[in-house]
Structures are given as structure tokens and as C-alpha cells.
Design a protein around this ligand. Structure first.
Ligand SMILES: [Zn+2]
Length: 215
């Protein structure tokens, strides 16, 4: 490690993205306690309409919920390195078939301005970096929605996001196999809506990839 790196490390020691503990020298990305205790998701992915499947490495609970909240709202952008790595590993373990490109579920322009960064885009970029797949912006959010996590009924969630996303004019997904990235999948309504836009734009196949899945 060079001198600048060393100083940065002393000033801002790398922390576990899930529990916030400062990492020991031998720990990489996350602490060993979280590595063992996080709710890793086993088995088949979630069924989501217009997607072949939606795969996620973790359940959305406990430390994962805390970590993601921090990542989303407190500027934990650095965490995308580790979180994106978990997603890239999950994609190759659970799906493994060749894909053409990666895209993400976008924030609305207003929300992006307020938050300063789009967490799903950062995750998509990291997954792209690790898998070598091209990361392309294909979707835009054209209508504000209520927060999905506050709505219980699946039909109400569907209605909330109906028509909220559209394919960008510049998007070219014709005949492509697309990985669609988001942070959490709950009912799957948002992914369904975005995947439908991609399929209507001619995408051959869409795979959902999220960091976590809510029960
Ligand atoms: Zn930890």
C-alpha cells in the first residue's frame, strides 16, 4: 500500500458494510462475524413476471436491512464494492448462463438530485466491472411513486408502479439478454414493471438481480 493509501486507511479505516465494525487486517470486504451470521439465501430464485428468475444473495433482514439502509441513505457509496461483489458471485452461482448487458431500476430525477447518487446504478456498475458485461442505462422513471415498502397488498404495489418506468429513447435492447439490477426485491412489482418495458423494447430475456430479497 502506498503512503496516500496508508493515510486514508488510518483516517477512514475500512468498515464492515453490515455492522459498521472496523475491519481487521485479514478481513476483506466484510467482518468474519457477518460473513458467518448474515441471512444467506439458498435455493432457487424468486419468480417475477417478465423475468426468467430473480436471484439475490441475501434475505432482507437483520444486518442486511441495517447495512442497506446505511448504504441507501447515509452515503455509504463505498459499500457498493462489497455489495456488488456478492451480487456478481450470486449471478454466476445461481444463473451462470451468458448474458449481454446489465441495466438497473433507476431513481426518479428528483430523488436522484436529493440523494446525490443512484444506489442501484452503483451496484450495476460494480457487477459490470466484475463480470465484464457492459452496463447500459435503458430505463427512466417517468412518474413519482409512493414508497413501495409502505404498501402491503400486491395489487396496490402493482398499481403504484404501473406506468412509472419507460424505456429510454436511446436504449437498444433488441434481442439482448439483460440483467436487471435493483437493491431489494419484495413483491417484485417494480422489477416486473421494468422487465416489461425491456421485453416490450425487444429484449430476448431478462434476469432480475438484487442484493436482497424480503420475505
Ligand atoms: Zn460485520
Amino acid at each position: 500500500m502506498n503512503l496516500v493509501g496508508l493515510c486514508l486507511n488510518l483516517l477512514y479505516p475500512p468498515r464492515c458494510p453490515f455492522c459498521g465494525r472496523v475491519l481487521e487486517a485479514w478481513e476483506e470486504g466484510m467482518c468474519s462475524r457477518c460473513q458467518e451470521s448474515l441471512p444467506w439465501l439458498q435455493g432457487a430464485g424468486k419468480t417475477v413476471e417478465f423475468c426468467k428468475v430473480c436471484v439475490s444473495p441475501l434475505w432482507y433482514q437483520d444486518g442486511v436491512r441495517r447495512g442497506m439502509h446505511c448504504y441507501k441513505f447515509w452515503g455509504g457509496q463505498d459499500h457498493a464494492r462489497v455489495l456488488g461483489l456478492l451480487m456478481a458471485q450470486c449471478l454466476s452461482d445461481r444463473w451462470g448462463e451468458p448474458m449481454d448487458c446489465i441495466t438497473w431500476v433507476p431513481l426518479s430525477a428528483g430523488k436522484l438530485r436529493r440523494r446525490g447518487y443512484d444506489q442501484s446504478r452503483l451496484l450495476a456498475l460494480r457487477v459490470g466491472e466484475l463480470t465484464g458485461l457492459e452496463v447500459v442505462p435503458t430505463l427512466e422513471k417517468v412518474r413519482e411513486t409512493h414508497q413501495q415498502s409502505r404498501i402491503v397488498a400486491h395489487s396496490a404495489r402493482r398499481a403504484n408502479v404501473a406506468g412509472a418506468y419507460a424505456l429510454r429513447e436511446s436504449a437498444d435492447v433488441e434481442g439482448k439478454r439483460v440483467v436487471l439490477v435493483d437493491d431489494v426485491v419484495t413483491s417484485g412489482s417494480t422489477l416486473e414493471e421494468c422487465a416489461a418495458c425491456l421485453r416490450m423494447g425487444g429484449a430476448e430475456e431478462v434476469i432480475g438481480l438484487t442484493l436482497a430479497r424480503a420475505r
